[in-house]
Design a protein around this ligand. Structure first.
Ligand SMILES: [Fe+2]
Length: 153
């Protein structure tokens, strides 16, 4: 799987989990917690492999401004995840924070997948996306293993 396909598959998974989370009512609190934990684990692994491998390799192929923004947006998402993880679901602003995390994810997916976005620019570049895909996959499996989540190809 090439780098773009792998990252897009991550996005699709996170989007599916998000819509499941959004459709899970407060009656299923345990289910919500499980879904949220899964989304957080996947998002952490996803942003890490992008920051460690994909973005640095694509420096020069993708506009600098776009790459810089991606790092800043990732930092915002990680801060929010840390806040959510430190909270109890009945605390003030908990639901709002979960909602905003979902919005961050949707925004991230759009920035990367839209026409002229990061992926479109990466595809036009000279980097070997197949080789990069292998590296992303290996690092992701390592990260998901560490977090106790299941690694998905
Ligand atoms: Fe991404």
């Amino acid at each position: 799987m090439d780098a773009i396909k792998l990252l897009k598959a991550d996005h699709a998974e996170m989007r599916d989990l998000l819509s499941e989370l959004e459709s899970t009512t407060s009656r299923g609190v345990k289910k919500r917690q499980q879904l949220l934990a899964e989304i957080e684990a996947k998002l952490k692994a996803h942003t890490t492999i992008e920051e460690e491998i994909f973005y640095p390799e694509e420096r020069g192929e993708i506009e600098d401004d776009m790459l810089d923004e991606a790092y800043v947006e990732h930092a915002g998402a990680k801060k929010l995840i840390a806040e959510i993880e430190a909270m109890k679901p009945d605390q003030e602003y908990y639901d709002a924070k979960v909602k905003v995390l979902g919005e961050y994810i949707k925004h991230h997916v759009k920035e990367e997948e839209q026409p002229g976005g990061l992926f479109a620019q990466a595809k036009k570049g000279d980097e070997d996306l197949d080789a990069m895909g292998e590296r992303l996959k290996a690092r992701k499996e390592e990260l998901m293993g560490k977090m106790g989540g299941r690694a998905v190809s």
